[in-house]
Design a protein around this ligand. Structure first.
Ligand code: FA5
Length: 344
């Protein structure tokens, strides 16, 4: 019996020396202390009835000593292996034997999808795409657009000013004069991008949102040509006939100016919180470029006429994907994004 106990002790000590991984030590625990384990077998296999009282006490003590020792040794080895594994994880080591977690396919944000679609449509009509600057000069965001410092229209744009006098652009119209100065006329360009306004948020207003500006300058541009293009464009976006309406609108940088509204596609015109119960969503202000703006861009207003529009890109994406609250779009919540699976 003593030989068996000593042999098991030596065998377990050897085994523990070569068991590096957590799984190896756990296997040793089963091998020695499990239901069918070697030490459990010694306990079960000893016939105490054949021994006298002293020998019973002695053998019992040795077996129980072996078991206690084995439990302590294996417990310590488990703890050590666990600590080693944790250290390896912290070092960024990868256990290549573990099953993989699977790759998660990404998807494009609904606003990005809408923007890319519009860019394709306009590029196919010969428009160049320019993104302009999110941090902009007062000159391009306001003054060159016929909005001098004391103009009341500035109050409509709750502006984030920077300490150096520049600002976060409040609209993509800020790129108009830059593009005129850079490319001259004739000019066909679209300016997609983020805009910023320091205003209270609700289901259709965010402090950060996207616009998609369009500018077309040539000698023979008229309102009616461009309106036809706009309606055709919206029908391409939505893949069905849409109802739009045109109202007079005032913007200092266009004359005449219009507001193009889209019948709400969330409620079908019945009224909901997105359209503020009116059945209409203000989507696209537009108009003929004001002569002062053409002049600021270095163009002769006697020769050239221009048309500009400022599409609310975020709102268009909301209509397109039936998203009921603009604030959902900036959360980065993948449960929302997973529902728009245009894959990267
Ligand atoms: C403008 O920003 C003008 N620059 C548009 C323009 C361009 C007029 C060219 C004429 C010629 P307005 O402030 O209305 O206009 O904004 C244009 C569109 O941006 C709105 O119709 C709306 O769809 C969207 N928009 C404006 N403010 C927000 C906001 N806080 N959150 C989400 N979308 C907004």
């Amino acid at each position: 019996m003593s030989t068996t106990i000593d042999h098991l002790r030596g065998q377990l000590a050897d085994d523990l020396r070569t068991a590096g991984e957590l799984g190896d030590v756990e296997a040793l625990r089963v091998k020695y202390l499990g239901q069918q384990g070697l030490i459990t077998g010694v306990v079960r296999g000893t016939d105490f009835s054949t021994l006298d009282a002293d020998a019973r006490r002695e053998v019992g003590k040795r077996i129980s000593g072996l078991k206690t020792w084995a439990e302590a040794e294996i417990g310590a080895a488990l703890a050590e292996a666990e600590a080693r594994a944790a250290r390896a994880r912290r070092r960024g080591m990868v256990d290549l034997t573990l099953p993989g977690t699977g790759a998660r396919p990404g998807s494009l944000h609904p606003v990005t999808q809408t923007q890319m679609f519009l860019e394709d449509v306009f590029q196919s009509m010969g428009f160049r795409v320019e993104t302009g600057f999110e941090v902009e000069e007062e000159l391009y965001n306001f003054d060159a657009l016929n909005i001098p410092g004391d103009h009341p229209a500035r109050d409509m744009h709750d502006t984030f000013w920077l300490e150096d006098g520049r600002l976060l652009r409040t609209h993509t119209s800020a790129t108009q004069v830059r593009a005129m100065r850079m490319h001259g006329a004739p000019l066909r360009a679209v300016f997609p991008g983020r805009c910023f306004r320091c205003e209270a948020t609700d289901a259709s207003h965010e402090t950060t949102f996207h616009q998609f500006e369009g500018l077309m300058i040539d000698e023979d541009v008229t309102v009616s040509t461009v309106l036809a293009v706009m309606k055709a464009l919206l029908e391409k976006v939505f893949g069905r006939e849409v109802t739009v309406r045109l109202r007079p609108g005032y913007f200092p940088f266009v004359e005449p100016g219009f507001e193009l509204d889209l019948q709400c596609l969330i409620c079908g015109g019945a009224g909901c919180k997105v359209c503020k119960r009116t059945g209409w969503v203000e989507l696209m202000p537009c108009g003929m470029v004001h002569p002062n703006v053409l002049r600021a861009g270095g163009l002769d207003p006697e020769r050239y006429r221009g048309f500009a529009f400022g599409l609310g890109l975020t709102r268009l994406a909301m209509m397109n994907f039936s998203i009921p609250d603009i604030r959902l779009l900036g959360t980065g919540d993948l449960r929302l994004m997973d529902q728009f699976p245009a894959v990267l």
